[in-house]
Ligand binder design. Structure first.
Ligand code: SAH
Ligand code: SF4
Ligand code: F3S
Length: 466
């Protein structure tokens, strides 16, 4: 997935940078942070790599495919770049940041000699020193140190670049070490941001006109930030930090829509559902990845919950007063997954009735526990299981989406839809895509839309006046 951020064109030094982002929302947010640092150095931001003195690829390592993409993209950039002539003083710097940078470090220089700069996930704030090293004549610059300290690189509300939805980090890193996952290696140990800083950021974003924030963390439920300096007098007295944080933001930030992702089924609990029931601005959407429907596979994956426990969490969500949407992630073809295990995944999907599901074929990742096991499920079996899973989810989703026909929903309009002229697109509070005909004047606004029909991954509707 490739994301485009809003670009700022200010430039003081005359130098320009271009940044391309792969992977999850945290990477999108890290690109905003890198852009803030570079703009602070006097660089201008450009939309085309050919125009840039510095090209940064913000990379993802979660599966083999996005990792490989980095190297093919470096090759393409090299062919397309300027400054290829000998003695051209303006030779463009290609840099790699993000999860591949953190995990592969020096190896990147060997595999892609045109890369001159490697910036780990904890080192975005070091960009000025690293660039200075290159300017001083060093051949290469790298920083991939990890820290256990809270090392949040904070940016001001004005430095966010996503136009209508702002990402706000609440916890970084992950301590779970699910057997298949490289994220704990690329993002380091869990570090929670103080609640007061989060509250101030969300208030600042509201003041700048944002109507929606997404609170980010690999496992938001294990948020353990300090509440120092926060007046908790309005609160219900809950001791659980994540619930407290949700309550604090719901009550005090004035933000219209608050979403959060990702939840972990081991840590997700009924208190979270209660607080969502209580506050309208906590959006009715929970992303709760199961990864498998088989308890045996879940144990091997080191997920720390059984199928039954997962279903209990789902039950709690379904019992809520509000209609809460549930989405998830699923992996097929984990080492040792039998046909019977896979069928349990299918039956779980039917039982939960996800509103959306990201489905992946297992991909062995370096350093992970699962990579030590034989990648035993043949590629063609993985493909076949993925297709069957997609089919089941498509049926489930069709039914889930059709329930919306005739309903009125509130949409935050984000821009033109790919469906063509005069069509606008946005998201509901429960995070569904809605397309409808309207003029450009509604962009950035919360509008009411009546749903008239559905497609596989979106709702179609008509704008209601007033
Ligand atoms: N922190 C989140 C997800 C992080 S990665 C969580 O705990 O759910 C996003 C998704 O990528 C995971 O949920 C998983 O479904 C998928 N994924 C991670 N590692 C993978 C691997 N080695 N092969 C295939 N899919 C993987
Ligand atoms: Fe990866 Fe598991 Fe951490 Fe999610 S919770 S980031 S899947 S190790
Ligand atoms: Fe990818 Fe890193 Fe996110 S591996 S999914 S960009 S945390």
């Amino acid at each position: 997935m490739l994301y485009q951020l809003n670009r700022r064109r200010t430039t003081v030094t005359g130098k320009k940078f271009y940044i391309e982002t792969y992977g999850c929302q945290m990477n999108v947010h890290d690109s905003e942070k890198a852009a803030a640092v570079l703009l602070g150095m006097g660089y201008g931001q450009v939309a085309k790599p050919e125009e840039a003195d510095l090209v940064l690829l913000n990379t993802c390592m979660v599966r083999e495919k996005p990792e490989k993409k980095v190297y093919s993209r470096v090759g393409e950039l090299k062919r397309g770049r300027r400054g290829e002539k000998k003695n051209d003083k303006k030779e463009q710097i290609i840099g790699v940041m993000g999860c591949v940078a953190q995990s592969e470090a020096q190896k990147i220089f060997r595999r892609a000699p045109e890369v001159k700069l490697v910036v780990g996930t904890h080192s975005i704030g070091k960009l000025p020193q690293l660039i200075a090293e290159l300017e001083a004549g060093f051949e290469r610059a790298i920083d991939v140190r990890q820290t256990k300290e809270p090392d949040f690189l904070e940016i001001s509300p004005a430095e966010h670049q996503t136009p209508y939805v702002a990402y706000v980090t609440i916890i970084e890193g992950c301590d779970n070490f699910c057997s298949f996952c490289i994220v704990p290696f690329t993002r380091g140990r869990e570090r929670s941001r103080p609640a007061l800083r989060i509250l101030q950021e969300v208030i600042g974003l509201r003041e700048r006109g944002y109507q929606e924030v997404q609170l980010l963390g690999q496992n938001v439920n294990s948020y353990r930030g300090s509440f120092d300096g926060v007046d908790l007098s309005l609160h219900s007295g809950t001791e659980e930090p994540f619930v407290r944080l949700l309550e604090l933001l719901a009550q005090r930030s004035g933000m219209k829509r608050i979403k959060y992702t990702t939840s972990h089924p081991r840590d997700f609990n009924a208190r979270i559902v209660e607080v969502m029931d209580e506050y309208e601005n906590l959006c009715p959407w929970v992303h709760l990845p199961a990864q498998s429907g088989s308890t045996r596979i879940l144990r091997l994956m080191r997920r720390d919950y059984s199928r039954q426990e997962y279903l209990e969490r789902i039950e709690a969500i379904k019992k809520a007063k509000r209609d809460i949407s549930i989405t998830g992630d699923m992996i097929v073809g984990y080492p040792g997954e039998t046909e019977a295990d896979f069928e349990e995944t299918l039956s779980l999907v039917r039982e939960v009735e996800y509103d959306g599901l990201y489905m992946f074929k297992y991909s062995p990742r370096p350093n992970t526990h699962a990579a030590k096991r034989k990648d035993s499920v043949p590629e063609q079996v993985k493909t076949e299981r993925l297709l069957r899973l997609q089919q089941v989810q498509a049926e489930v989703q069709r039914r889930r989406y059709e329930r919306y026909i005739g309903r009125e929903v509130e949409v935050l309009v984000e821009g033109h839809s790919a469906r063509g002229q005069g069509q606008m697109t946005g998201h509901t509070a429960c995070n569904k895509v809605v397309n409808f005909a309207a003029s450009e004047s509604v962009v950035g606004k919360l509008v009411r839309v009546r749903i008239t029909s559905t497609t596989q991954n979106s709702l179609l509707g008509e704008l209601l006046e007033g």
